[in-house]
Design a protein around this ligand. Structure first.
Ligand code: LMR
Length: 410
């Protein structure tokens, strides 16, 4: 019965990792998957994570028991505070329902299931371009996706006019997936003024906004600054519409493989006739059913580490420093790459590499150039031209600039 199953192509992002592992050249550079590397090119275990692990393992009550279905409450509550802010009206008013998820992808999956069950036939609007997995996650749940304008390739800037036009053209009450900060793949975030017009236009159409927050702390180095759009969004949208938030701790805690994340649903401010508590409980029960039927209960170890960091003031302070270490090293590499390209006289303007934010640069290199970078120089990046700047270090940045210079010129 399985003889005619279609063979699918390998995942375009994870296949880069595979090709790189199989490459026997002595000098090779990984600018593929977005994962932080230190200046020697090695994965970095954050000092805050090491300390949290130590405290957890030294605790006499250390064990590997199951968590509850909704996850570790000290994680989900701490995570909500990190995103929404200590003084969040939504938290104070009991309008936030939170559950632990399998990192950001798991949170998006929960959102997709919830939307397909309770939101009717809504179209899911994704930025053009967006993270490669967004479309697959929503479509796997039978939801239809559409694109909204985002990136102006000619000017390498935000297509604000197209973005607002597409928000207005979408049927009222559609779902818009927006990147809370450090847009993946473009590294281009709207300015504060642009966010204000985008969110006003979304609110006027009563669209449901889903904030995908995978890089909080990576854009500016500050958690509060990187939650700007989300918090403004709650002010402008949540009086009327619910807001979904998918939160990943893969990148900002550097625990990619532990799959720690949360899904938060922020309820609108309803009139006194609605029993807000009962609505929140019903939603909680539905989210629990989704988790129970798929993973029974979420993984505990990574959740305990992040919870320890969020709930121990000295570790929280260390974590803030760790995020600055990561974001400032990436920024330094942006400047170094741009400066080397300028010094080499590489045709084109490369300032966008420095202007972009988060882990990625949308370099503007064509798929043919990307292919040559890999074949001729063992420099690996996504064929859209997205480069993970975290893969650069002081030992390889000049090599990468020379390789780019060569493929751009010839
Ligand atoms: C990326 O975009 O490189 C990361 O988010 C890795 C992934 O899971 O796709």
């Amino acid at each position: 019965i399985f003889n005619n199953i279609e063979l699918l192509p390998p995942d375009s992002l994870f296949n880069i990792k595979q090709r790189l592992a199989n490459d026997s050249r002595s000098v090779k550079v990984d600018l593929g998957i977005g994962a932080y590397r230190d200046d020697t090119g090695k994965p970095w275990v954050l000092p805050s994570v090491r300390e949290a692990e130590k405290l957890i393992q030294e605790d006499p009550s250390y064990n590997h028991e199951y968590l509850g279905i909704a996850g570790l409450p000290t994680l989900t509550q701490g995570a909500a505070r990190v995103l929404l802010g200590e003084d969040s009206p939504a938290l104070r008013e009991g309008r936030v329902v939170s559950v632990q998820s399998l990192s950001g992808t798991g949170a998006l999956h929960i959102a997709a299931k919830f939307i397909s069950k309770f939101c009717g036939d809504k179209l899911i609007y994704l930025s053009d371009p967006t993270w490669a997995n967004h479309k697959a996650i929503f479509e796997t749940q039978g939801l239809k996706t559409a694109n909204y304008a985002y990136w102006n390739a000619a000017s390498k800037s935000l297509d604000l006019e197209g973005y607002l036009r597409d928000i207005k053209a979408a049927p009222n009450g559609s779902v818009f997936v927006v990147h809370a900060c450090a847009h993946n793949p473009t590294g281009l975030d709207p300015s504060k003024d642009e966010w204000s017009s985008i969110l006003d236009t979304l609110a006027a159409k009563e669209h449901i906004v889903l904030f995908d927050s995978a890089y909080q702390g990576f854009a500016s180095g500050s958690l509060d600054e990187d939650a700007y759009a989300l918090r403004l969004g709650l002010k402008k949208l949540a009086p009327v519409t619910p807001v979904f938030v998918c939160q990943s701790f893969a990148k900002n805690v550097g625990m990619y493989g532990e799959r720690v994340g949360c899904f938060h649903l922020v309820l609108p401010q309803q009139d006194a006739a609605v029993d807000q508590k009962a609505v929140a409980s019903a939603i909680s029960s539905q989210l629990a059913r989704i988790t129970r039927s798929e993973l029974s209960n979420p993984p505990a170890y990574g959740a305990k580490i992040v919870s320890k960091i969020l709930n121990t003031p000295e570790l929280t302070a260390q974590w803030y420093k760790d995020m600055i270490t990561m974001s400032s090293r990436i920024h330094k590499m942006r400047i170094a790459l741009r400066d080397h390209l300028v010094k080499l006289g590489t045709p084109g303007n490369w300032d966008h590499i420095v202007g972009q934010t988060g882990m990625f640069s949308y370099t503007g290199l064509s798929p043919q150039m990307v292919e040559r970078l890999e074949k001729e120089h063992a420099v690996y990046l996504v064929n859209s031209g997205r480069a993970s700047i975290a893969g650069l270090n002081s030992g390889n940045v000049e090599y990468v600039a020379r390789a780019i210079n060569e493929v751009v010129r010839h």
